[in-house]
Write a protein that binds this ligand. Sequence first.
Ligand code: GDP
Ligand code: MG
Length: 437
Amino acid sequence: NLSDRLERSFKIIKGEGKITEINVAETLKDVRRALLDADVNYKVAKTFTDTVKQKALGMNVLTAVKPGQLMVKIVHDELATLMGGESVGLQLTNRPAIILMSGLQGSGKTTFSGKLANLLKGKQHKNPLLVACDVYRPAAIEQLKVVAQQVGVPVYSEPDNKNVVEIATNAIREAKAKGNDVVIVDTAGRLAVDEEMMDEIYRLKQALNPDETLFVVDSMTGQDAVNTAREFNDRLDIDGVVLTKLDGDTRGGAALSIRTVVTKPIKFVGTGEKMEAVDVFHPERMADRILGMGDIVSLVERAQEQFDEEEAKRLQKKIQKNKFDFNDFLKQIEQIKKMGNLKDLASMIPGVGKAIKDVDIDDNAFKGIEAIIKSMTPKERTNPEILNNSRRQRIAKGSGTNIQEVNKLIKQFDQTRKMMKMMTGSNMAKMAGMASK
Ligand code: GDP
Ligand code: MG
C-alpha cells in the first residue's frame, strides 16, 4: 500500500535521516503513481504533490520521527485538507425540510434515499416521507416502496402522473398534513448526462427550493464520476455529494478529485446494498483509506507533538559528555508520560499490538521513580556521584519509599547512563523513534 511505498522509497535513498529535495522528489513520484491508481484525476494529483513537496521541504525533521513516516503524515494531512478537512452535515431548516436527489441511473439514488430516511429517523428522530419522482420506469416506484418498507418510512407516489413537479408539490402538501418533517425526493437518472434529464431536475429544484440538493455518484466510475459531478454542479449548484459503492476495494480516489474539481463537500458514503451501509463522510478516514494505512499516523503525530527537537539535541550532547543527570531522566519520564497511556501507545506500533494485548503495562510505573528524583536536592540531581548512604536514607524517607528502591533506581540510572554513552549519538527520544519502526 501507499504508506509502505512511501517509507520504502525513503529507505532506499542514502541519508534517510533528512528530508531533502532529492528524496522528496523520489517519494512523490510514488505518491503520484499511487494517487492515479486510486482514481485521482491527473491534474489534482500533480497539484497535490507540488503542495506536499513545499510542505515537506519546509519542515524540520524531528529526531523521534522517521522522515518516511513524516512524509506519510504530510501526505495524509494534505489529503484530508483537500477533501474538506471536516465532516459537513445536512442543513435542514425548512419544515418540512426538502432533500432532492440527483445523479445518473444506477448511481444509487433510490438506495441512498432509503438509507438517509433510515438515518434521519433513527439518529435524529425525524419523520421522513419518501417521494417517488422516477416516473419513467414502472419498476422504479416499486423499488422505492421496497426500500421504504425495509426502513419503515412511508412513500408518496402518483403512478399515473408524469409531471414530477406536480407530484413533488403534492407530496409536500401531504407531508405538511401528516406531520412529516423531512421530504426526500427520489428522481430519475439516465445512463449519461442529457438535456432532458437535466432540465427535469432543474425544474424540480426551481419549484421546490430544497434545503439540500445532493448529487449521488458511483465511486467505481472513476474519472467519469468527476466529469458527471461537474456537469450536475454547473447546472444545479448542488449542496453536497454522496459517494456510493465505496465497499469492497474501491480506493476512493474519486472523493479527492470530485472535492477538488467541484469544491462541494462530500457528505455521505454508501458502503453496501443494505440499508445500514452508510456513513457520514470523514475526510481523515478517507485519507487513511487512500493511503491504505492504520494507526501509524496517530503514532507519528503523538511522537511529533511530544518530542521537542531542540530538547533532543541538547540531551544528545549531554549524553556524549556523560553529563546526563537525574533532571534529564525526570524530563524523559515526563515526556513519555505525556504521550499518553503506555499500553495504548505500544499497541499502535505495528506488530506489537497483538503481542502485548494481555500484558499489563502500568501507567503508575513511574510514580515511585518520580517521587524519588523529586526528593533529591538540585545538587544531587546534577551530580549523582555524591549520593552516599546518608543522602539515600534521607531521600527514601522524603519520597515515601525505602532504601532498596532508592538504591535500585540509582543503579538503574547508572546503567542507563553507561548504555547511553555506549550508543553515542543516541538518546531516549531516538529510541522511541526506533521502537516505532
Ligand atoms: P438509482 O438508479 O440511482 O436509483 O440506483 P439504485 O439505488 O437503484 O442502485 C443501483 C444498484 O446499486 C442497486 O443494485 C443497489 O443495490 C446498488 N447500490 C447502491 N448503493 C450501493 C452501495 O453503496 N454499495 C453497493 N455495493 N451497492 C450499492
Ligand atoms: Mg432509482
